[in-house]
Structures are given as C-alpha cells and as structure tokens.
Design a protein around this ligand. Structure first.
Ligand code: GUN
Length: 298
C-alpha cells in the first residue's frame, strides 16, 4: 500500500479549457456571419437539484456565447403537452439543441419524450438512434458525462489502451454508454461493468486500473476496494445532511475521497471533477447540433 496522495484531476480547470475552445468556435461562427447556437432547455417540476443543474447549464452556455431559453412546466404537465412542445422545438430552424432535464414526473414516460426529440437536436445523446450510433462507433453526438470522463482521462495523460476499466453503475446516462466508449477502437480499454447485484464487488474493483464510480451512493467506494495506483473517477453527486453548512447539506461523491486519495494515483474531486465536464461537453454538442442545423437548412 502506498501512502502518497493521488494527483487531483481538476475538472473545473479542464472544463474551462473546453469551454474556451467552444467560445472561440462560436466567435468564429459569428465573425462568418452565422447566428449564435441556440439551446432550448425544458425543465419540469420544482426539484431543487434539477433547477440548480439547469441554472448551471444556462450560465455556462451564456459564457461561451450560446443562447438559451428555459421552458419551465409544472409537475402536472401532461405527456401530450410536452410532446407538442418538443414537436414545435424540433421544427424550429432557429433552435439547434433541445435538452429535457431528467428525471421526469412519474406520469410521464421518459423514453417516449426522449424518442420524440429530433436526433440531430438531442444534445444529451439520449435518443435511441444516437445511442445506436454510439454503439456502432458512427460519428455523431456523444453523451456528455461519458465524453467528459474520456476527456479528463486524455488530458490527464492517463493511458486507457489495454487497461482494465471497471465501472460501478449501469445507468443509461453513464455506465452503459461509458462502457461502450471505453472499449471503442482507439480507446481500447478492457471494460467490466458492476452493479448492485454484482457478487464479490471489491474483488473486481481491486482489479481496476481505471475505476469509475457511478452508483449514487455517498462514500460507497472505500480504500480497500481500490488497487494502489489506480485512477479513480467519481461521477456521484450526493447530498448528505450537514448541520454545519448554512444550507444544511454538502455535496459528496460515490468515493470516500480522503481514504481513497491516499492509495489512488489520480482522483477526481466532488464537486469540481466530472460535473463541470458534463456541462462543457453538452455545450460542445450544441455547437455540433448548430452545424447539423446549418446543413439541414442548406
Ligand atoms: N439529469 C441528470 N443528469 C442529466 C443529464 O446529463 N441530462 C439531462 N437532460 N438530465 C439529467
């Protein structure tokens, strides 16, 4: 066991670099007489977490010159109303990207809404066509959190080729697409996906050269589950009660940061690790969607 402290992967700084490059692309578009990319954000209900994420997305978009609007609906909005809104956004040539913040209320079928999006405007890469394209290794929009994780690994000089990546979590947003991207040609990791029913979890996570925690359980990954020298990527954003904080909670990841940073070679903090990258890569998708829209309108 080593006692050295892992190198911190500064997602905030790397995301700022990604945004700077998006900003210069947006400026080049404007200089060429094109309009600014436009993102429509759909927010349903009053969940404070979702509202806070959405605020962050608007703020980051505005910083890079991407225009946005916020379409907020009460929790009681019907599926039909929402489908009608999406149809209108799909048809509007001035709107490049559409983002429907999840989760949706239980009376609305998430997949029905996602499948109604125009694949070319689906900046989350949640539409079945985009998921299929990703799986086939075809060009197109990439899901923001997994793409952000690959960018963090790349920019930190962490080798993926021939390495064993273990992902804990099998969600449609992170675990499944990330597994796919890590095993694509050119990335070339060997991938294991673990989940809540995995037997002997620690035995498997201890084999990881790259360990990704995406389960949504605070401090779930402890030092005994990590191989010395592994790179540890923490996707979790958990609210835990903390009376010492003014707001009554603090944000913490899926990794027990203090103990794991004593054994890993690299680690992402929460907040300031994967989170800012998700937003930055979603903005990159909006820029790509604006190029699709241009081709569409000739
Ligand atoms: N809810 C949690 N993460 C995400 C995300 O990446 N995109 C959307 N649309 N909703 C989310």
């Amino acid at each position: 066991m080593t006692t050295e402290t892992a190198t911190l992967i500064d997602g905030k700084a790397i995301a700022a670099d990604v945004r700077a490059s998006i900003k210069s692309d947006v400026e080049a578009r404007l200089a060429a007489g094109k309009r600014a990319p436009f993102l429509s954000v759909v927010l349903i209900g009053e969940d404070p977490g979702s509202a806070s994420y959405v605020r962050g997305k608007h703020r980051a978009a505005s910083e890079v010159g991407i225009k946005t609007d916020n379409l907020a609906f009460p929790e009681t909005v019907s599926e039909e109303e929402l489908l009608a809104v999406i149809d209108r956004l799909n048809r509007d040539p001035e709107i490049d990207g559409i983002l429907v913040q999840l989760p949706l209320p239980s009376h609305i079928d998430d997949q029905k809404i996602i499948s109604a999006l125009s694949p070319a405007k689906d900046v989350d890469c949640f539409h079945p066509e985009n998921v299929g394209r990703l799986m086939l290794g075809l060009p197109g929009l990439k899901p923001a959190t997994p793409a952000g994780i690959l960018e963090l690994l790349k920019r930190s000089g962490i080798e993926t080729s021939g390495k064993h990546a273990v992902i804990v979590g099998r969600s449609n947003i992170v675990g499944k697409p990330l597994a796919n991207m890590l095993m694509q040609k050119g990335v070339d990791a060997t991938v294991t996906v673990c989940h809540s029913r995995t037997a002997n979890l620690a035995e498997i996570t201890r084999q990881a050269d790259i360990l990704v925690a995406a389960i949504g359980k605070a401090d779930f990954i402890t030092a005994d589950m990590v191989k010395p020298g592994a790179a540890v990527i923490d996707v979790g954003i958990n609210r835990v009660e903390d009376a010492s904080r003014e707001r009554g909670y603090r944000l913490t990841g899926d990794v027990a940061f203090d103990e794991v940073s004593g054994i890993a070679s690299y680690i992402t903090p929460v907040p300031g690790g994967v989170g800012p990258m998700t937003i930055a890569l979603m903005l990159k998708n909006t820029l790509i969607a604006a190029r699709f829209q241009e081709q569409e309108s000739g």
